[in-house]
Design a protein around this ligand. Structure first.
Ligand code: CA
Length: 510
């Protein structure tokens, strides 16, 4: 019988680790499977494919696809061959999210509360990333595509755990928006302002770097070059996958590929062969078609090189849809969008596949945070002993949730933070909210970055995400029996910041 997350107690292994559920039977079964795999095949390769600003509802397997003018057959197939997570959570925006995935820590702990833009200082430096720990444990580590966790040298991928990086350090729009007369006529048609942007201290190129070295410019990211980036980056990852399979099977090193696409962040300028390829005939949707095709190519290469059964794949998006740039924007059936702690901001697609090890044809609503990858991937890589104890880790080990066919989530609460303001917690179907962005329709319909007004609720609001996934009816007055459980979870969480104070290299914009 399933355990009820509301009434089940958690176990805290250490002060510095998020407490988690321990379900002895599923843990035993998962541990046995993993041990059996290790005995036969060593350690799995790991691929994390992270899209940018793609919504929960964009793929067919989530009810989108053909229904929203962009079929996604390859992603849907991957979901059928693996497990579909319906309650997978990111943070509300690119940089906080990506840094949380890398470190297993909430933005309030790693300090990247909002994206650094146009060469602003600050980044991942000083944090411990799971690729650096996998690397110490013998993994080859490759990052491809979008980085956006700091452009300063100490925060660049080749200095925080990756052997090799091929991609850009910031975010799509920063390279091109000021080159497009449709968005920035006052810059494009002014020689002085064009010169001024060109002299801003951010690199206009996508780059290549190897461990510990300096970045080398590959190509300036003009608008025509931007159209080709996802194709070029896919080719680089395909080549990496091929090279890793060159040695005989028992001589191969396990590897980790972090493949982050440019798409489908605004502004989308589709590659020529995908232009107009979607039934919607829209640049965003054409880009979804290309991203789906890239997933197909990556999976096909794993199969062609005989590595599919030795490779754990996680596919997701770094945050919800960016609605400020609609219609160059994603689809989510939930309330609001990127930049908010409503479900639309943080609930993202999450597909896990590992043939023979992760159940096929399975969908689960168990809570999963992208931060859980930190603990889970270190465990899969046999490096769980390297999790640092000098800092708080918000991720929990979800190995048994994912490797056991009937596995339940090991996570009790999802915590929502609106930069440095605590917003909400979810347990089971309930979401208890003490602060959020404005209810003003003019904000909520158009949210995207960090717009809107932060408001605090004197008495909290309570939403039932099964009955009311759009969070439109606070249920609080009828459900006071739960209140101690929610406030207790909230209090424990906030108290963890007493012993492990927040760090803020990139402060929230006030
Ligand atoms: Ca993003």
């Amino acid at each position: 019988m399933a355990h009820d997350p509301i009434v089940t107690e958690r176990v805290r292994d250490r002060d510095s680790l998020e407490p988690h559920f321990v379900f002895a039977e599923q843990e035993g079964r998962a541990a046995a499977r993993l041990a059996e795999y290790r005995a036969a095949g060593g350690r799995p390769n790991i691929v994390v494919i992270l899209f940018d600003d793609v919504g929960w509802g964009d793929f067919g397997c989530y009810g989108g696809g053909v229904a929203v003018g962009a079929p996604t057959p390859n992603i849907d197939r991957l979901a059928r061959r693996g497990t579909l997570l319906t309650s997978c959570y990111s943070e509300p925006s690119c940089t906080p999210s990506r840094a949380s995935l890398m470190t297993g820590r909430l933005p309030m702990r790693h300090g990247l509360l909002r994206p650094p833009m146009y060469g602003q200082p600050g980044g991942l430096q000083g944090e411990v990333t799971f690729p650096s720990l996998l690397s110490e444990a013998g993994y080859v580590t490759q990052a491809v595509g979008k980085w956006h966790m700091g452009e300063n040298v100490e925060s660049q991928p080749q200095n925080v755990g990756f052997d090799d990086f091929y991609g850009f350090l910031s975010v799509s729009d920063m390279y091109t928006e000021w080159r497009d007369p449709y968005f920035f006529p006052e810059i494009v048609y002014s020689e002085e302002r064009t010169k001024w942007v060109e002299n801003l201290a951010f690199n206009k190129c996508f780059v290549h770097a190897t461990r510990g070295g300096e970045t080398e410019d590959v190509e300036e990211v003009t608008i025509p070059v931007l159209s080709t980036l996802d194709d070029k980056w896919a080719a680089y990852s395909l080549d990496f996958i091929r090279r890793m399979a060159e040695p005989a099977r028992d001589e191969r090193q396990p590897w980790f590929l972090y493949h982050c696409t440019r798409g489908a962040h605004f502004d989308n300028y589709p590659l020529e062969r995908f232009l107009g390829s979607s039934p919607a005939k829209h640049p965003y949707k054409d880009t979804i078609i290309e991203l789906d095709d890239i997933v197909g190519r990556l999976v096909a290469e794993l199969e062609a090189t005989g590595q599919a059964e030795d490779t754990f794949i996680f596919l997701s998006s770094d945050n919800g849809p960016e609605m400020e740039t609609w219609p160059d924007a994603a689809y989510s059936p939930f309330r609001s969008a990127k930049g908010s702690t409503w479900e639309g901001g943080q609930r993202v697609p999450g597909i896990v596949a590992w043939p023979g090890m992760v159940a096929a044809d399975r969908a689960t609503d168990g809570l999963f945070s992208q931060m859980d990858l930190f603990n889970t991937l270190l465990r899969l890589g046999g490096a769980e002993g390297s999790i640092p104890f000098d800092r708080y880790i918000d991720g929990v080990d979800q190995t048994s949730f994912l490797l056991d066919e009937a596995g339940e989530s090991n996570r009790k609460f999802v915590y929502y933070w609106l930069t440095n303001v605590f917003s909400a917690l979810r347990v089971g179907e309930w979401k208890f909210m003490v602060a959020s962005t404005s209810d003003d329709d003019r904000d909520c319909l158009n949210l995207g970055g960090f717009t809107g007004v932060t408001q605090k609720y004197s008495h909290g609001r309570l939403y039932n995400l099964y009955l009311d996934p759009k969070e439109s009816h606070s249920y609080m007055i009828r459900k006071l029996a739960y209140i101690d459980s929610f406030t207790g979870g909230l209090r424990d969480h906030l108290m963890s910041f007493g012993k492990y104070p927040p760090r803020q290299p990139i402060a929230a914009m006030s």
